[in-house]
Design a binder for this molecule. Structure first.
Ligand SMILES: [Zn+2]
Length: 323
């Protein structure tokens, strides 16, 4: 794991550097050219894990092992925060006192930041964005990062507020009066988990990753606001090196399917099957989509609701035609 060799002091300093995150003057690594991910290990002694590590992140979520995982509970508080353009991403630093609990572990939320496209892949497929909720376990000093895929096709007021406040230039910072991080997490927190690393230098292998299986829909325009600033701040997927990835089953190959919503009757079951195969969720866990399906098929849903569901399905890789 590479964890045992680190002293508690090192871990404390590491967590602190993550809390204040990648100061804007720290520009000697990037995502392209001579400063790109394949060169990170050569850019500094402290970055060696980026090349030599065997538990690096992100990874392609595939070949998962279905297991009973401890439930994640989020005791996060809304509150004021600072929003920083640090030259590598947009990061929201949150006040203390927000906890993520998983089994016996309890982590404190430090900051939230974003990548476009997603860093983790699911069955080889990237999503438009990925949010990282970075936590630290006060007892062990280890990090727990909750990743959430963001897809276009909804309205998310919390993300819209952030997007409107994105500082435009590296080094700039703004205040956000009321930020509720929970608004960026799906209602059903099925997740995949594995042992990995920071996805940015120094690539330390001290991270328990938790990735929400269900993406969160946000406004396409807000994704564009981020991509305008950071069109490609995603490290490529790293070798899994036989690590266990626990969680819901994933389709072996990306599922691009047609869900043609033109007739009633049997199509309902088709839609349910597609949702299940696309999300890797049990039917039980996709209730919002399933409940809407019969009305969608009969053309009974208001156009805007139908469009929202269409966009959500498209976020999972489906092709949907509304009549
Ligand atoms: Zn990240």
């Amino acid at each position: 794991m590479g964890r045992s060799g680190l002293t508690a002091t090192t871990l404390g300093a590491l967590a602190l550097s993550i809390a204040t995150a990648f100061a804007a003057e720290d520009t000697h690594w990037g995502y392209e050219g001579a400063q790109g991910p394949e060169h990170w290990a050569a850019l500094g002694e402290a970055y060696q894990a980026c090349g030599a590590g065997t538990q690096q992140s992100p990874v392609d979520i595939a070949g998962t092992i279905e297991a009973e995982l401890p439930e994640i509970s989020l005791a996060w508080k809304p509150g004021a925060g600072s929003i920083v353009n640090n030259g590598h991403t947009i990061q929201v630093n949150v006040p203390g006192g927000s906890q993520l609990r998983r089994g016996d572990a309890s982590y404190e939320l430090l900051q939230v930041h974003f990548h476009a496209p997603s860093e983790h892949l699911v069955a080889g497929k990237a999503f438009p964005m990925e949010a990282h909720f970075v936590h630290r376990d006060a007892a062990s000093g280890e990090l727990g990062v909750l990743g959430v895929f963001l897809v276009p096709g909804g309205e998310n007021a919390a993300f819209s507020e952030l997007a409107a406040a994105f500082p435009q230039k590296p080094g700039e910072e703004a205040t956000i009066e009321a930020f509720d991080p929970k608004a960026l997490v799906p209602a059903e927190l099925d997740y995949w988990t594995y042992a990995g690393s920071l996805t940015t230098p120094p690539c330390s292998e001290t991270v328990t990753w938790m990735l929400a299986a269900e993406p969160v829909a946000v406004a396409a325009g807000d994704i564009a606001r981020f991509s305008d600033l950071y069109p490609a701040n995603a490290r490529p997927a790293q070798p899994s090196n036989r690590r266990f990835i626990l969680g819901p089953a994933v389709p072996a190959t990306p599922q691009i399917v047609d869900v043609v919503l033109t007739d009633a009757g049997g199509r309902r079951f088709d839609l349910i099957r597609e949702v299940r195969s696309l999300t890797g969720h049990s039917v039980r866990k996709s209730t919002a989509l399933i409940d809407a399906a019969p009305r969608l098929l009969k053309g009974e849903l208001p156009r805007d609701e139908a469009e929202a569901i269409k966009a959500r399905l498209e976020g999972f890789g489906a092709t949907v035609e509304l009549k």
